[in-house]
Design a protein around this ligand. Structure first.
Ligand code: FBP
Length: 553
């Protein structure tokens, strides 16, 4: 039996580079553009980054490579949550590095930033790289959430780099990791360490996005994976005609993931965190919108449907946000030990209930016990509730059930409500990258090497014009400081890359808005199916609907 698998066939896929990177490293020259300034707080950011602020944006083009010919030893780390395509960033970096000089070396530090601090690494060779080409996940070297942010850590990193003659580090991560990449780059210049730092934009959440980052890598594959599943569930709902499905989807703060799913699959209700925040919607408001859809569909004889809920919603709903904050305070510091020492749930419940405000008591009492318990689970290192552990989909459906019961008693609702629950998260982060992410990530890595070769530091590897075919993509770099402003984080004013939220005036959201009332009542489901890797380019190589709409002429 020939057990040819997608895994094996994908190893052989040759990722495509933008035309300007196709001549080989020897035939790529650099074009320097305008000097840059940060998006806000220019004086403050400039004073914090005196050596790396205000550098020029750059693009590459075909032409004679004019960079200095030197040996490169480079280190790379993956940072934060997994995202499809991370392996290809490393493969692109490795290929460019070896094409330039087979003596060049690439170190992969294991388990994220902590690998750099602990000097825990592997040295890549062809066989190792080939086993991960075009595959999902971060298992190639692992990832982690340790933050590289203190001077003590920077000193350790400099010592580790010196030990291995490393002269450049590539940090593949989200907004925090790239912020820290900029801070590290500044430190290395200030201390004359001779180590460059280049960042690459990663996160499935899609909230590392600005005029220079059209999309973070992994978002395309993750949203395609979730859309396939939501479409399949919708088809089942429309076949069985007896369940209301509630799916919570990953995306910590912004609603880019759920909006893309909505555009792809047309669920009956999609909750958008940014709207909840803007309109200060309460838990009851959100549940009423869902109950309205259920009631109207029941009146038409349809006791089934699909509701998509962003993971970040739990913290955005004002009444739950206040409740969560009050519970955070009740469990802060040593109080968590007191709480954990209580013998049973009943005494734990009394402890929490006794410390809540009246408004929060009202919300807490109505919650199913499982959710009450989830809200009291161990906090993260910053003292925040771990939202991935809270079954928001069950919380919402239980409150919707309460509302429907009231409507039944009032005689307005006559249907049957059978809710089923789903959590779409981790399965999207390690899927085989779509062709878009495969090509994008490989290009980001290859391009990161070009930035290093030309001596840049504190830059983000930038590939743009992504709604167009890959041949027309534009490769270059942007100083990370350009994307920064000052924000209050954990009680301190800090320079950070601005996190993106949905632009509610832009085409993607407006298209959703124009259709959602119809989708709420009628069955308009769309079934995108599985990611296609082989076949017509229009089917296999396209990116998200959001990106296409944003760049539509
Ligand atoms: P990043 O911001 O690091 O890319 O991670 C995002 C994310 O995938 C969220 O969508 C999710 O809430 C979180 O990671 C889960 O984190 P963990 O892997 O630590 O459970």
């Amino acid at each position: 039996m020939n057990i040819s698998s997608l895994q094996k066939i994908r190893y052989a896929y040759k990722p495509k580079l933008p035309t300007m990177l196709r001549g080989g490293v020897a035939h790529i020259c650099v074009n320097e553009g305008n000097v840059t300034q940060s998006v806000a707080d220019q004086d403050k950011i400039q004073s914090l980054f005196p050596n790396t602020y205000g550098k020029k944006e750059i693009t590459f083009q075909l032409g004679k490579n004019t960079s200095e010919n030197r040996k490169h030893v480079i280190g790379v780390i993956l940072s934060g949550g997994n995202a499809p395509g991370g392996h290809n960033v490393i493969c692109g970096l490795y290929d460019a590095l070896k094409q330039t000089n087979s003596e060049n070396v690439l170190y992969g530090f294991k388990g994220g930033p902590s690998g750099l601090l602990n000097d825990d690494y592997i040295i890549f060779d062809d066989a190792y790289i080939d086993a991960y080409r075009n595959t999902g996940g971060f298992d190639m070297i692992g990832s982690g959430r340790t933050k590289l942010e203190s001077e003590e850590q920077f000193e350790i990193v400099a010592t580790v780099c010196k030990k291995h003659d490393i002269t450049a580090i590539v940090i593949i991560g989200g907004d925090d990791s790239n912020t820290n990449a900029a801070v590290l780059a500044e430190y290395f210049v200030e201390h004359n360490c001779g180590i460059q730092v280049i960042g690459c934009p990663k996160t499935i959440d899609g909230d590392l996005k600005n005029e220079d980052i059209e999309i973070s890598f992994g978002h395309d594959t993750a949203t395609k994976t979730y859309s396939e599943i939501v479409g399949n569930i919708e088809r089942d709902a429309n076949s069985a005609k007896k369940y209301w499905h509630f799916a919570k989807v990953m995306g910590r703060s912004a609603s880019f993931v759920v909006l893309e799913i909505a555009l792809q699959t047309h669920p009956n209700v999609t909750v958008i965190t940014e709207e909840v925040i803007e309109k200060k919607l309460s838990l009851f408001d959100v549940c009423n919108v869902i109950a309205d859809s259920i009631e109207k569909r029941a009146a038409l004889g349809m006791n089934f449907g699909m509701v998509v809920i962003p993971e970040g919603l739990i913290e955005a709903i004002p009444d739950i946000g206040i409740l969560v904050q009050e519970i955070n305070d009740l469990l802060a510091g040593k109080k968590i030990d007191v709480f954990n020492a209580l013998p049973n749930w009943s005494s734990k419940y009394d402890y929490i209930y006794g410390g809540l405000s009246n408004a929060s008591k009202a919300v807490f009492t109505l919650m199913p016990q499982s959710i009450q318990q989830q809200l009291c689970l161990e906090r993260d290192p910053h003292g925040n509730v771990q939202i991935a552990f809270i079954e928001t989909e069950k919380l919402i459906s239980s409150f919707v059930g309460i509302e429907l019961q009231k409507r039944k008693e009032a005689g307005t609702y006559v249907g049957k409500f059978n809710p089923l629950h789903h959590y779409l998260g981790y399965e999207g982060r390690c899927a085989f990258p779509s062709n878009f992410d495969t090509n994008y990530c490989y290009s980001l890595g290859y391009n990161a090497f070009m930035l290093i070769q030309y001596g840049y530091t504190g830059y983000l590897s930038k590939i743009s014009n992504l709604a167009k075919p890959v041949e027309e993509w534009v490769a270059g770099g942007m100083p990370i400081t350009k994307m920064m402003n000052m924000e209050h984080r954990h009680g301190e004013e800090k320079p950070v890359i601005c996190k993106a939220y949905l632009d509610m005036q832009a085409k993607p959201y407006q298209l959703f808005l124009a259709n959602r009332d119809k989708w709420a009542v009628e069955t308009c489901y769309r079934y995108p199916g599985a990611i296609q890797y082989f076949g017509p380019s229009a089917l296999c190589d396209c990116t998200t609907m959001t990106l296409q709409l944003e760049h539509e002429e």
